[in-house]
Each structure stands twice: as C-alpha cells, then as structure tokens.
Design a protein around this ligand. Sequence first.
Ligand code: FDA
Length: 389
Amino acid sequence: MQYETVILGAGAAGMMCAAHAGQDVLVVDHAKNPGEKIRISGGGRCNFTNMYASAENYLSQNPHFCKSALARYTQWDFIELVDRHGIAWHEKTLGQLFCDGSAKQIVAMLVAELKQAGAGLWLETRVGRISRGADDFTVELERNGKTQTLSCRNLVLATGGKSIPKMGATGLAYDIARQFGLPLIDTRAGLVPFTFPGERFKPLAGVALPARLSNTRASFDEALLFTHRGLSGPAVLQLSSYWHEGEEIRANLIPDGSLYETLRSQRQTSGRKEITTELAKHLPARLVEFLAPQLHLAGRLADYSDGALSTLCEALANWPLKPSGTEGYRTAEVTLGGISTDALSSKTLEAKTHPGLYAIGEAVDVTGWLGGYNFQWAWASGVAAGAAI
Ligand code: FDA
C-alpha cells in the first residue's frame, strides 16, 4: 500500500498535521482512541492555548527555533478554529484558555478536521520496522493481527514524549530519530511535582498558598501546594522544568512584600496577641505551626522588635528547599529534551539530512511552560510540517 504521507501518532501534533498535509495521508496510533492526552488535559477541560504564547515561554537548546512555527500558526489561529467548531471557552487565569465543556470537544474537532482533509486514521496499530529506500520510506505495521507494509514519501514522527507511560507514551520518535542518525538532547521529566525525603511535608498535605518559587535560572509566582510526597502546584511544576538533580530551590511565602509593614501596624493594635496567631492571618495556620519551631516563633507580637520582624520576613521570603527528586515520567506533564532542533528546519520541521522525514510536537526539543503552551507548540509545529508536505 502506498501513501504520500504517514504520520506516526494521533495526538495533538499528529492530528493537526494531518488536517494540513494535503492528500493521501494516513495517521497511525497504537492507542484505542486518538488524542488521549488531550482528553485528560486541563482537568478534563483542556487548556488548549495561551493568549500570551511566545517563544519566551519555551525551553530548548535553541530558544529561537520555535519562533517561526509559532509565528505562522498563532494562538489566535487556534482560537478561530475552536470558534468555528462552536466550542465555548473561557480564560481561567494568566491567559490560559479552557473549554467551558469538555476536552473531548477538542479531540472531536481534530478528528473532524482530519477526516475533512481526507486523511485515514488507523488506531490499535503497532509500528514495526522502518526503513528508507531511494525516494520513500517503508513502514511495517501490525493491525488486526496482520502485518502490513506501507510505503510513503513523507514520514512524520508525532508520537510525543515519555511522560505518563501508563497512557501509552513511548520513546518511539527518539528510536526512529536515532535510527536515522538525528541527534538527541537528553530527556527528563518536566512540569512535575518535587519529592522530598521522609515525607517531610506530610503534616502540610493539602495546604496551598500563593508563592514565588525560584532557582538561579527562573522564578514563578503561582500557587504552591504541599502534598504527602512533597511539593506540587503550578509554581512547582513550572520551576521543575528548570531544575536539575541535587539543586536547591527557594520559596518566597510572602511574595507581595507587604508583610513587614503589616506586622508592624498589627503590633500597635494587637501586640498582646501571639505572634503565631497574628502570622496566621497572612499564611495558612498549619504552615505557621509547621514553621514555628524552625523559625523560633514564640511569644507575643509586641515582643518582636523591628529587627526581629525583619528577620522573620526575610526567612519567610527566602526558604531554602532541597528536593530529593521529582515524581518522574509517571506524573510529568511533559518531556524535556528530545530530537535536537539542530537536525530540523525551523520552518518545516523536516530533517535536514533526510528529506521527507519530519518531527513535530513534544518529540522535538521544544518544551512549553504550564498554561496551554505545549498544545500551542503541538498545533503550530503540526501545521508547519503539514503545510510543507
Ligand atoms: P501526544 O502525546 O499528544 O500524542 C502522541 C501520540 O502518539 C499518542 O496518541 C500516542 O498514543 C501515540 N504513540 C506513542 N507511542 C507510540 C507508538 N510506539 N506507536 C504508535 N503510537 C504511539 N499541555 C497543554 O498545553 N495544556 C494542558 O492543559 C495540558 N495538560 C496536560 C495534562 C496531562 C496529565 C499531561 C500528561 C499533559 C498535559 N499537557 C498539556 C501536555 C500535552 O498533552 C502535550 O504536550 C501534547 O499532547 C503533545 O502533543 P504530541 O502530539 O506531541 O504528543
């Protein structure tokens, strides 16, 4: 059987590519349903893009690489598509756009677009050996217990990254890239909770507060959540993508910077109250209780001089923390690293050394922040490759 284009992976990038890749396209996936990650994304409502998406929101060895595709298929283009399909949406926070209803609407929209473009979709299909002839690729597939061999002029790697293997994530795109000699950037889990030794934060499990989490590379002002295993919440997930094993991070628990002055005025009106009681007006009480021994919090607020209040605020603004690790690919939202951008054209996502071979989406060494940026990269890189095919 012969196709012009075979796309491996019916996820966000693969389906978007199929909708733009012209005639004679087949999308292949080993899963039972297409777009499974879309379906579970954004708590079932899919944070499908971000109003402020730009190259600054992505990590890559080459931070300029994503610019071309993102500029040619923007968040506004995707919003226009969503509107065209009558899917209602809203901004939740920080430009993050979610479906009002269900993420399944986005999956259905992509399947409809793919079908309208005339592309075929083979699910529950195992990808076997791949080889290259003079002008085409040969792809062995196993479907309904039968082995089939296809040939195609264009082969698109859209099988995503390694995160959440339970949902069918594999390193197939990396294996095929390696087979064709494309360079790879080491992969690691991104947008993932931090773990700490000995259930350190167990007494705080469930406590959440706005915080600024930083290391030497990045800083994020978002919610921080304590869990049985460690730290989670948007600020943590964001920073995890900029964290390397063994490094320390800093938490600022009073990021708005007004606590010192506030405590000074409270001292005038409520100086006879316990410092912990007064502090618990600004921080979760369980957190104050947890921090009290290490910060030597005891006695009345009136006993705290300006200097002592300043020391306390400094400690709350600069809490050093050393994660023992992350929860890894088991719960990570994305995979950092992947197929090196050096190997690809930023305009078409085609391999420079192998005409007809493309890599798109999360398989490529372009990783977005939390907040709809990863889907925007999947859409944009899918369209860029599709338009070039
Ligand atoms: P994607 O993973 O979507 O698709 C890859 C496809 O390839 C899958 O269908 C898979 O079955 C198939 N495949 C894999 N190996 C194969 C093999 N060996 N043979 C055949 N097929 C194979 N991003 C965002 O912007 N907003 C959000 O709200 C969220 N939320 C979110 C929640 C959770 C829990 C996760 C895990 C991730 C997110 N993300 C997100 C990230 C986002 O889901 C991700 O970046 C994109 O889905 C990447 O799109 P791709 O098409 O590259 O891979």
